[in-house]
Design a protein around this ligand. Structure first.
Ligand code: SAM
Length: 286
């Protein structure tokens, strides 16, 4: 795939971004209680996905743009036969190491989300976390996912748009302070290195819903997700972790916030208004 063909979602950009990062070795899947904010976030995503899937268990799951494959870890652990696809071999090796470490198994496929190398109606569930926002034209990606989804199956696309006005904005000053400390520290240790940011679109869910209009959809569920901030000194995504005690304290605080939200809203406390959440979910049943 030439980068010109897909001006955004560039593989070269992603490879450079992942290469030599300390964070690429972090394992964001946790069988037990989450120990840091990223594990906490993924655990909450998984709980929402499980509620949507209901009794659907043990089918074929595909993660598109798998990165380190954290979402796939949850599906593999729940007994789904799991396939992970990414354009980057570099990334697939990272995912493979993490899966090996966790005792999970999966098939690893190098391929392009615009042109998925699978036959029609192959998978029961197809998911992505932080993939679609990296493209200017999301229609072809959704059409490809739809093509290889079995009737009755679900697409779960978790999207992290470029939004300056979500709940994170109230905490930017905290992160700015942390970055100042980290920058001073890194002069001594060389620990925090900013890389080129990767393109992200600022589309809201209506763009994805519109792109799905030509498909005959059985059910659609759209909601904001991730109603708490990410507190981090990292200059970019994926976020570098804070000292472990601080991460654990933040997880307990945010855990309480999510539980209280759930009590008041009467639904999963990880769901929220799209404008407030750090991300949103577009879940569609075929
Ligand atoms: C933000 S990362 C996703 C991270 C992942 N959810 C995780 O938990 O680690 C986006 C991933 O999409 C991959 N990617 C980018 N363009 C792609 C394409 N056209 N087809 C498939 N994967 C792609 C990148 O290599 C990268 O691993």
């Amino acid at each position: 795939m030439g980068d010109d063909a897909y001006k955004r979602g560039s593989v070269k950009e992603f490879n450079l971004n992942w290469k030599d990062r300390e964070e690429r070795l972090y394992n964001h899947w946790a069988a037990a209680a989450p120990k840091n904010q990223i594990q906490f976030a993924f655990k909450n995503h998984w709980e929402v996905f499980q509620e949507i899937l209901g009794l659907l268990t043990g089918g074929h799951f595909l993660e598109v743009g798998c990165g380190r494959g954290t979402l796939s870890s949850f599906f593999a652990d729940a007994g789904f036969s799991t396939t992970m696809l990414d354009t980057s071999m570099e990334v697939l090796k990272v995912a493979q190491n993490i899966f090996h470490h966790n005792g999970h198994r999966a098939d690893y496929v190098q391929g392009d989300a615009n042109n998925l190398p699978f036959k029609d109606e192959r998978f029961d569930v197809i998911g992505s976390i932080g993939l679609l926002e990296h493209f200017e034209d999301v229609g072809p990606l959704l059409a490809e996912q739809w093509r290889i989804l079995k009737p009755g199956g679900w697409l779960l696309n978790y999207i992290v748009p470029e939004r300056p006005d979500n709940c994170q904005r109230w905490f930017n000053w905290v992160n700015a302070l942390l970055k100042l400390f980290a920058a001073a520290w890194s002069k001594k240790s060389g620990a925090v290195v900013a890389k080129e940011p990767i393109y992200r679109n600022d589309f809201d869910s209506s763009v994805y819903v519109k792109a799905l209009e030509p498909m005959s959809i059985k059910q659609i569920f759209v909601s904001g997700m991730y109603p708490v901030p990410m507190v981090s000194h990292s200059p970019e995504f994926p976020f570098t972790l804070l000292p472990s005690t601080l991460e654990r304290i933040l997880v307990s605080i945010f855990g309480a916030v999510v539980r209280i939200r759930g009590t008041f809203t009467g639904r999963n406390g990880w769901l929220c208004d799209e404008g407030w959440g750090q991300a949103f979910l577009v879940a569609v049943q075929k």
